[in-house]
Design a protein around this ligand. Sequence first.
Ligand code: ZN
Ligand code: ZN
Length: 482
Amino acid sequence: MRNLTNKITSILLGFISIVYMGCSSDDSSENNGSDLEASKLDLNQFRQDGVGVMMQAFYWDVEPIGGWYDEINSKIADWSSTGVNRIWLPAPGKGQSGRLSMGYDPADYFDVGQLDQHGTIETRFGSKAELESLIQKAHDSKIEVVADIVISHNSGGATEANPLRPGDTQAYTLFDEQNGNASGKFNRNYNHFHPNDFHPTDGYEENPFFAKTDLCHDQKYVQDWLWGRDDSVAEFYKNELKFDGWRFDYVKSFDPKWVKAWNDKVGGFSVGENFDGNAQTLKDWVDASGSTAFDFACFYKLDETLDRNNNLTALGENDNMLRKIYPDKAVTFTANHDTEKDPNTDNNISFRNKMIAYAYILTHDGYPTLFYNDYENDSFKDILKNLVLIHNTIAIGDVEILKVDVDEYIMKRAGSGANPGLIFYINISNQEKKTSVTSNWLGKKVVDYANNSKNTLTTDSAGKVTLEAPPRGFTIWSLAKQ
Ligand code: ZN
Ligand code: ZN
């Protein structure tokens, strides 16, 4: 009975669609879901080596405590099939808060879950062996592993007499085998922090939570232990733990030349957290460090246009994101462990707009990041898998904005050779929108690979086509099977 009903429905739909085509001036036809799927090209033919997305593989206060590396290990196969080519892990070293530490209060860089100190052997994320097993698993799936590198400040040492801080016994600057640094590697004292015998400060801002334990990178001893020696932190993470890349925390706190020095020594992928919405500030940091940077300017523009102003025009302005200035140096994102830390503040892109924001970063240039909590959310996962497929295949070629106004934004990726590229259409009004644009596709059938329109459209001999986008949503058009 159900089959018969479906059959009648599909005959009726077919009839309606023929009538509609016959009397409609724009050449479109409606598909049911399976017809739409059948009319699409298999995008996998456009996959390219080295094109993928990064997964931020943690959120603030991950659980289970002590079991996080194993939790991630169980996800690697799925992430790899989705098209993730890098995972960003939390800072691996032992922090002052022991089993509760998220890694941003580093005490012993060489204790990655194997020494008994700060109340625990394992870190919040697991043991050294579990970390090594996770990295091996990722490498077996052709995924690189990025370590969070926290070298702006330290935490968890003991107090000591400091002639440069007379009368102030509250600076915890002594790190040795008995005081928070059981590895005995990179033991530290007050002279390795600010103020010291070289200078009172390096002139860069201090993390307010760790102002008295702001590391001094001008001290040769600190440089040697962080990256210079053959048994430095950087060499240990690269050669023994097999990390492939680095995410530098809180880079506003020190000279970008230290990031350059680290990368010159050990190489690999590198991205800096310069928490700043000014694209020029991000560009200056990229110029000085040689590293890529998280595109906070892009993040804030998406939050501003979608959440705050309900006005897309800023997306069309020049040079207001790092990716518009240096697409190859911009790591784009829509959420991270900080922006989503407190759900009661609006430092984040709302759930209502999150998929539009992901569609933006996954169709434009820049290297996109998926946030763990978004991808591992059942209401987002299938949408994100599809957007990553689109990113890894047809989101290539020059970026050209075809239209931008208060409630519509239309952008074309030109494609390359046999790769057809795409046209991305955002509509934030409450009505369906249609706009005539000129595509690169001449006399071709096109469909929406985001599955938000069921219509097959046909471009004219000059490439013109009237595209459409649903209310408060988006479409991503590219060639159908002809
Ligand atoms: Zn200094
Ligand atoms: Zn917001």
